[in-house]
Design a protein around this ligand. Structure first.
Ligand code: SF4
Ligand code: SF4
Length: 170
């Protein structure tokens, strides 16, 4: 069966000089510019101002602790098993508390490998690892992205305070 392709209609005079299309485009640009300026603009003065990220934003990890300062992690290794980026290293040891089978002797997250999927937080049976909204942890060396237990618990306290303040300011 033959396919008939229709020849497009020839361009009109105004279409050939492109002027109406250019003016229409400029009009739209002006409309958006005025709308943006009236709304206060979209650019923020970082780092003096910080971007308000959505509630489900996932960034730097923290390890919450119990009131006595002990971390909640029991070194079950579920987070390191589920991690698709192989970013978590956990080594277990016996806990002196007979009610707890084991605890983490070594726990480290390589934030450069992490893809912030949140699987580790979801799978943890002890609610021992959280992802926060803190995206400001850049550094100029690779070691700076390795977060061991000390940094994870310390950062956790700082971030919790910051997030509590942010929620209060809302
Ligand atoms: S957020 Fe995802 S990629 Fe990052 S450490 Fe957790 S499981 Fe691994
Ligand atoms: S952080 Fe949670 S999932 Fe990971 S080893 Fe500790 S208890 Fe298990």
């Amino acid at each position: 069966m033959a396919i008939i392709v229709k020849k497009p209609a020839p361009l009109t005079f105004w279409e050939r000089i492109y002027l109406p299309a250019i003016l229409k485009g400029l009009g739209m640009t002006m409309r958006h510019m005025i709308k943006t300026l009236a709304g206060g603009g979209v650019t923020i003065r970082y780092p003096e101002q910080h971007k308000r990220v959505p509630n489900n934003y996932r960034a730097l990890h923290v390890m919450p602790t119990w009131e006595d300062g002990h971390i909640k992690c029991v070194a079950c290794e579920m987070c390191s098993t589920v991690c698709p980026a192989n970013a978590i290293t956990v080594h277990a040891e016996e806990d002196e508390n007979p009610e707890i089978e084991k605890r983490a002797a070594f726990y480290e997250i390589d934030e450069l490998r992490c893809i912030f999927c949140g699987f580790c937080e979801e799978v943890c049976p002890r609610d021992a690892i959280h992802l926060t909204k803190n995206y400001e942890f850049v550094t100029d060396n690779r070691e700076g992205f390795l977060y061991g237990m000390d940094r994870l618990t310390k950062t956790g306290r700082l971030v919790s305070e910051l997030e509590a303040k942010e929620n209060k300011d809302r």
